[in-house]
Structure formats: structure tokens, C-alpha cells
Design a protein around this ligand. Structure first.
Ligand SMILES: C[S@@+](CC[C@H](N)C(=O)[O-])C[C@H]1O[C@@H](n2cnc3c(N)ncnc32)[C@H](O)[C@@H]1O
Length: 260
């Protein structure tokens, strides 16, 4: 029994909701409650998760809101890609919005969900079938791929990614409940935390994957500001108009890239 662990109101409520006892969690070290219940709420939908995927964070819901605003003003059919899908929270809550929207009849040409981890994609697939048991008006495709390495040549007008962005040197400072339980593959973003994201952007440029009116929506570390890009990745600023956005905790968190 972990006697020093004090359960939060949220943890207690989660245990109650899934008919679990406090002792079930207190005997599991620093295990996050979500890995015990196996569920997380995101955008009012209940997602199944396990230890092969990151526990979705509340800030990430705001990335979905930014994507919604963008497609509300988009004239063309949606051609959508997410890289690093994990449990599927971003794409599947966005899908839920597209299907339920009363404002606009969204036409979707492509809806592709990619991750390097086949285990993560299995979780995302399971969530698709649980949340959308009825036949969908378009195909939702899944692809195991290291970034865009296994993608055929095609164009998207919305590319979303919440790739690992913690700088490697900060990994050891993470809370035990994070570093000992969540997958390293979902957290470690390399030396400056931007290694994978920069590689994704390079691949998008080199393979011409973004359509002229398209946008890239990224969740990033608080250190990944435009000033950081100016110093370390000036080539990105030569290709894109970039907007930086704070999250609800007033921390720099999102970048939206638009072709120049
Ligand atoms: C921070 S998690 C985000 C998961 C989910 N999108 C979310 O917002 O909760 C990052 C995801 O990127 C995936 N990933 C890591 N390296 C990758 C790579 N080289 N190519 C594609 N996906 C990668 C991980 O498997 C993980 O599922």
C-alpha cells in the first residue's frame, strides 16, 4: 500500500465511476488512475486506453477546437491526416464533430490515422468501433508508419499531430506517474523535443503533402515558440506563416502552420 499517496477528488470520482476501491489504486504504486479504470473522457466521449498509449491531456481538447474553427471556414472537401494517433482522441472527437455538425454538411475525401505503434493503432481502432458502431459516410483508414515514410503521394488540407515533444534532458524530471507508466515512445521528443516534429514538417515539405489552402495543427512543448524556431529551425519560417497559441493554463502549447 502506498501510504504517502493522497488521492485527488478526480481520482476518487474515477474509482467510484468504475466501481473500484481506493485500495485498488493505493496498492499500485504511482499508477495513474486512468490505466486502472482503462477509460478517459475527452471532448465528452469515453475512450478506452491502456499502457500502450499516452493518457490524453485536457489541453489537447483545445487543438480539436482549433481544427473545428478551421474546417468551419474551409470551402473544399476535407482531406485529413493525423500523425501519432495514440488512443485516437484527436481524430475521433474531430470525426464526432464532423458527423454531428448542424452548421455545415462536411464532405470528407480522406480520413487517415497513422502511428508508428501497431499497439496504439489497435486502441484507436477499438475506440472507432466502440464510439461509431454504425456505418460511417466515409472510410476511416489506419496506417502503421514512421512519420510519413509509408504514405503514398497525396495531398491533405488538415494535418494534425501531437507527437512526443518532451526534450530528452527533461524526461527524468517528469512525475513518476508519467515516466514510469506512460510509453516513452509517446513522450520523448529528442534533444530539443522538436526533433520528430521538425522531421514531420520536412517530410510534408519534401513530399508536398499539404494543399495550398491547408494547415498543420501541432501540439508542442512550451519552449517551442516562434523565437525558438527562428534560432533552431529558421528554414520552417521561410516556408510557413506560423501562429502560436497558448493553452488554458496560459502556457505556449500550439502551432498552426500555413503555407506561404
Ligand atoms: C504524445 S502521443 C499523442 C497521442 C494522441 N494523439 C493524443 O493526443 O493523446 C504521441 C504519439 O506519437 C506516436 N509516435 C511516436 N513516434 C512516432 C513516429 N516516428 N511516427 C509516428 N508516430 C509516432 C506514439 O506512438 C504516440 O502514440
Amino acid at each position: 500500500m502506498n501510504k504517502s499517496r493522497k488521492l485527488s477528488i478526480y481520482e476518487r470520482n474515477q474509482l467510484l465511476k468504475y466501481s473500484l476501491q481506493e485500495a485498488d489504486l493505493l496498492t499500485k504504486g504511482d499508477l495513474p488512475v486512468e490505466y486502472l479504470t482503462g477509460f478517459v473522457e475527452f471532448k465528452n466521449l469515453e475512450f478506452k486506453i491502456n499502457r500502450n498509449v499516452l493518457i490524453p491531456r485536457v489541453e489537447t481538447e483545445e487543438l480539436v477546437d482549433l481544427m473545428k474553427n478551421f474546417v468551419n471556414s474551409l470551402e473544399e472537401k476535407i482531406s485529413y491526416l493525423e500523425v501519432g494517433v495514440g488512443s485516437g482522441v484527436i481524430s475521433l472527437s474531430f470525426l464526432d464533430f464532423l458527423l454531428k455538425s448542424h452548421k455545415k454538411n462536411f464532405l470528407v475525401e480522406k480520413f487517415l490515422l497513422a502511428d508508428i505503434s501497431s499497439e496504439a493503432l489497435s486502441v484507436a481502432k477499438e475506440n472507432l468501433f466502440r464510439l461509431f458502431p454504425k456505418k460511417l459516410p466515409f472510410l476511416v483508414e489506419f496506417l502503421i508508419s514512421d512519420l510519413l515514410n509509408d504514405l503514398s503521394k497525396q495531398k491533405f488540407n488538415l494535418i494534425a499531430a501531437n507527437l512526443p515533444y518532451i526534450p530528452s534532458s527533461l524526461m527524468m524530471n517528469l512525475d513518476k506517474s508519467v515516466k514510469d507508466y506512460e510509453p516513452n515512445l509517446a513522450l520523448d521528443g529528442g534533444e530539443d523535443g522538436f526533433v520528430l516534429i521538425a522531421e514531420l514538417i520536412d517530410q510534408i515539405i519534401d513530399g508536398d503533402f499539404l494543399s495550398q489552402n491547408g494547415k498543420i495543427f501541432l501540439e508542442v512543448h512550451e519552449s517551442h515558440t516562434i523565437d525558438f524556431l527562428k534560432k533552431k529551425y529558421p528554414q520552417i519560417l521561410q516556408k510557413f506563416l506560423i501562429k502560436e497559441i497558448k493553452d488554458q493554463f496560459r502556457r505556449h502549447r500550439f502551432l498552426i502552420l500555413q503555407k506561404l
